[in-house]
Design a protein around this ligand. Structure first.
Ligand SMILES: [Zn+2]
Length: 270
């Protein structure tokens, strides 16, 4: 079976999940599409991010509907500020409305804390070690990717939560594909100067000084360098930029307002 999140529709909301992780009821996870909420153009419909100027009440209602699919509420949610950095934070307790500063990766072993992250092209990565009962959720655009954030996430799960890299499983949410992710000299220069640069997967572009970056393959390489098994990594095949009916895309919006997807993961109380 292909290891990839699949879509389903519940209570009018289309979202992505992964049945093999949920079947033993140890962990719940989801990634929203844009379909099924109350936001209006250009945030239509299921915008789950407050920062783009959508009506607060609409986002709150969308979050309520999305989290209710797992019987969760906004006060269960802990999110990072997401600054395209590489910091991983260990979450030990629920703080209603918490937005942990300067953090793009969250890890925990606490049941019923819902780790949340947002994206509109960037890659969200779900991590789980079933034996250590440890989970993680990481946000990675090109900057975090080339900074090695996934290496640090696996390392933090190992050192702080007793996880074993060889046992950790990873899932990638839909993100911008290499078909659409053309980058320029700034990203190429960062890759060339980065310790993780040799893990980066680029494809040639006809535009001088440009290339297409494969976020998923690059992050797969970094996970393997952190000790993970390639067979434990489930990448996706849907491009957020290519599918405007299903997904928001920051790049497609080209500087105009758009919405955000949310990814969540939590451990169930045993
Ligand atoms: Zn594409």
């Amino acid at each position: 079976m292909k290891k990839e999140m699949i879509d389903t529709t519940k209570n009018g909301i289309k979202y992505f999940y992964y049945p093999p992780w949920e079947k033993n009821m140890q962990v719940g996870l989801g990634f929203s599409s844009r379909c099924g909420g109350v936001s209006e153009d250009p945030y239509d419909e299921l915008n789950l991010g407050y920062k783009w100027g959508d009506k607060h009440a609409a986002v709150a209602e969308n979050r309520r509907r999305f989290l209710a699919l797992w019987d969760k509420e906004e006060q269960d949610l802990v999110c990072g500020e997401q600054v395209h950095g590489t910091k991983i934070t260990l979450v030990r307790e629920k703080k209603a409305g918490a937005l942990i500063p300067a953090t793009d990766g969250l890890i925990t072993t606490e049941p019923d804390i819902v780790l949340g992250a947002f994206s509109a092209d960037c890659l969200l990565i779900y991590l789980w070690d079933p034996d250590a009962r440890a989970i993680g959720l990481v946000h990675a655009g090109w900057r975090g990717t080339l900074g090695g954030i996934l290496y640090y996430a696996v390392e933090a799960m190992q050192q702080r939560l007793g996880a074993c890299p060889g046992r950790i499983q990873a899932l990638f949410a839909p993100c911008i594909g290499s078909c659409c992710y053309e980058i320029g000299r700034d990203v190429m220069a960062l890759a060339a100067g980065s310790y993780w640069g040799d893990k980066a997967v680029f494809y040639p572009s006809r535009k001088k000084g440009h290339a297409f970056l494969d976020l998923q393959k690059t992050n797969q390489n970094i996970l393997v360098s952190a000790g993970m098994q390639p067979g434990n990594i489930g990448a996706g095949s849907l491009c957020t930029h290519c599918n405007p009916r299903l997904f928001y895309s920051y790049r497609r919006a080209a500087g105009q307002a758009t919405g955000s997807h949310m990814g969540i993961i939590f451990l169930s109380e045993r």
